[in-house]
Ligand binder design. Sequence first.
Ligand code: NAI
Length: 251
Amino acid sequence: AGTILITGAASGIGLATRRRFEARGWKVIGADLRDAEICADLGTVAGRTQMVERATALAVDGLDAVIACAGLSIPSTATLAVNYFGAVATLEGLRPLLLRSPRPRAVLVASSVSIYPGNEAVMEACLAGDEQRALALAEDGDPSIYVTSKRAVARWMRRAAISAEWGGSGILLNGVAPGVVETPMALSTMQDPAMREVIAQTNPQVPDGLIPADEIAELIEFLATFKGRFLMGQIVFDDGGTDAIKRTDLF
Ligand code: NAI
């Protein structure tokens, strides 16, 4: 057993992941806005700093795994702040704690929508680490903000995973890209008839279009406990086939 930190642990995929690791006897440190060992707002610089400080105090022997799962899907710049800058700050901020583990693993929860084009200018500002510029370029209310945030953070993960700080230091960093998952987040999406139609078309293999949260948690658990040494920078799509349908020969 080891110690794992999961952001977004109070609900949905993060909660399902928490339950799996608790069942394995791991020490789980949840971070979320509420109902967690660490209550912090990952949409703010102060909240991110507070989360890393509290994690450092709680994980006395370091961390064996970090899961960056917290996220929003509303068409607001807050979504970019949490999904990109919150996730990157989580992974970068906790990397020193991972270095203390004999087999450190990190998993980013991206999304199957990361295959769609996002706003390139916003993504560029994200990858440059310029939060002020990214938030200024992103328009509040723009429905593509979610796609942009997930595409940008997936790109960040691919770059980081093979760097000296991550892969080069023995920390395996990978991502999961879920399709539509049965959580409070998706239930609000499914209320929109247009979204239901899109989901039905791109997820023909998933009855009702909804993947159980525990299935995504199982995949996260696999990546976070993988014993091999060379699996890095991969984004595993658990999406009922959307990626294979949309990008058949692109891999
Ligand atoms: P959820 O809404 O059930 O859980 C998200 C959790 O993140 C909540 O507990 C929430 O409080 C927390 N969170 C939100 N903003 C935060 C902040 N500023 N600081 C700290 N915590 C914050 O949603 P779900 O579905 O479990 O989402 C988890 C991840 O999976 C998200 O990154 C989401 O984008 C991703 N995802 C979800 C899909 C779905 O269909 N549900 C599909 C693909 C990806």
